[in-house]
Design a protein around this ligand. Structure first.
Ligand SMILES: Cc1cc2nc3c(=O)[nH]c(=O)nc-3n(C[C@H](O)[C@H](O)[C@H](O)COP(=O)(O)O)c2cc1C
Length: 354
């Protein structure tokens, strides 16, 4: 039975509510606790020299940290996304938007981003946004229609998310991934902006990394195990459906950790750039992933928690605080490893295992 619009909106709201619950988090499984950055007691630089600015496709960014794709297409989403987009512009971060699936069937939904872009025209910085669509939709949708989605958002790139575990455990799921690789290759060839493949918290294996070589992807965000876990979220949503609830419990720690995924990808000298997310909870985590070879690092759940701590437009204290904290901690990690710019984090060997 296909999902009604009301059920779709309720599902999206449930996801937000449950993502705030600590039980939805695969804490301690990202592998980040095992990575140590090596302290440099003689850094030979001043703290003020530490620069975290970078760029994406010739657009300047004040930080390599980005807001990971979250929500869209329901009544709460407009407010959350406006807050997030404004914060991204204020801080000079990129923002991945939540799945634009609803825009494929609702002209009203396409207005959500147009409105946000209009309201944002007063901001001094323009937010760099990345569109988002699931692989199961990419398989079924002509590229011309996907192009319209990214145009309405004025997106600089498109994230395609792949989420087999979530689709399999979701009552209304669409676990249809046959021909996904071919659809992805075709999308990369025909769409006018770069495509970045991402998971949603279960990471990528060595075999997946080799499958996607040569298909024209700009990048991969490993989005690994260790933070928000969609097996857990769908399980918590289905507490009255004993079968799905029990099955979700079995898979509550399923996935490949963010660190393991990133290291596997790096060893394979990929022909796409590597980004990382999944369980990033501090600027020190960001520094570790940059040191391991990620070019950009995404954060989702902690940003959502901060954005929702006040529903008032203009009250962004918690959001600003978490973003500033992540930046400051990244700067401190760079300073204490003797790195004054981001490239040094990966070019000098500043990490070890414990
Ligand atoms: C409420 C919520 C909604 C999300 N929706 C999407 C989505 O629509 N598309 C997507 O690619 N990822 C989505 N994600 C996954 C995130 O982009 C990210 O990959 C994942 O949450 C891991 O990051 P975290 O541990 O920092 O939360 C969502 C995450 C959250 C918390």
């Amino acid at each position: 039975m296909s999902e009604t619009l009301a059920q779709f909106e309720q599902r999206k709201k449930d996801h937000i509510r449950i993502a705030l619950d600590p039980q939805s988090q695969a804490r301690g499984l990202s592998g980040l606790d095992r990575v140590r950055l090596i302290h440099e007691a003689l850094p030979e630089i001043n703290f003020s020299q530490v620069k975290i600015s970078t760029q994406f496709l010739n657009q300047k960014l004040r930080s390599p940290i980005f807001i990971s794709s979250m929500t869209a297409g329901h009544e709460q989403a407009g407010l959350i996304n406006l807050k997030l987009a404004r914060a991204a512009a204020r801080h000079g971060w990129m923002m991945g938007v939540g799945s634009q699936r609803k825009e494929l069937t609702s002209s009203e939904a396409t207005q959500e981003w147009k409105k946000i872009r209009q309201e944002m025209s007063l901001e001094s910085h323009r937010a760099v946004m990345i569109g988002n669509l699931g692989l199961t939709q990419v398989i079924q949708t002509p590229v011309s229609q996907i192009q319209k989605l990214v145009d309405s958002l004025e997106a600089s790139a498109l994230f395609v998310h792949t989420n087999p575990l979530q689709e399999a455990l979701q009552k209304e799921g669409t676990p249809h991934f046959q021909n996904g690789l071919k659809a992805l290759e075709n999308l990369c060839k025909e769409i006018e902006i770069p495509v970045i493949l991402k998971e949603v918290g279960c990471g990528f294996s060595q075999s997946t990394f080799s499958k996607i070589r040569g298909i024209g992807l700009y990048g991969v965000d490993v989005a690994g195990l260790g933070g928000t876990h969609w097996g857990r979220i769908e399980g918590l949503r289905n507490s009255e459906d004993k079968l799905l609830f029990e099955a979700a419990k079995t898979f509550e720690n399923w996935g490949i950790s963010t660190v393991e995924s990133l290291l596997m990808a790096r060893e394979m000298s990929p022909d796409y750039c590597l980004w990382a997310s999944g369980g990033v909870r501090s600027g020190l985590d960001v520094a570790k992933l940059l040191a391991l070879g990620a070019e950009k690092v995404g954060v989702a759940q902690p940003i959502l928690v901060a954005a929702l701590s006040s529903t008032k437009i203009g009250d962004d204290e918690a959001l600003d605080l978490v973003m500033q904290r992540l930046e400051l901690e990244l700067q401190i990690a760079m300073f204490c490893t003797g790195c004054d710019h981001l490239e040094q984090l990966s070019s000098k060997k500043v990490w070890t295992w414990t």
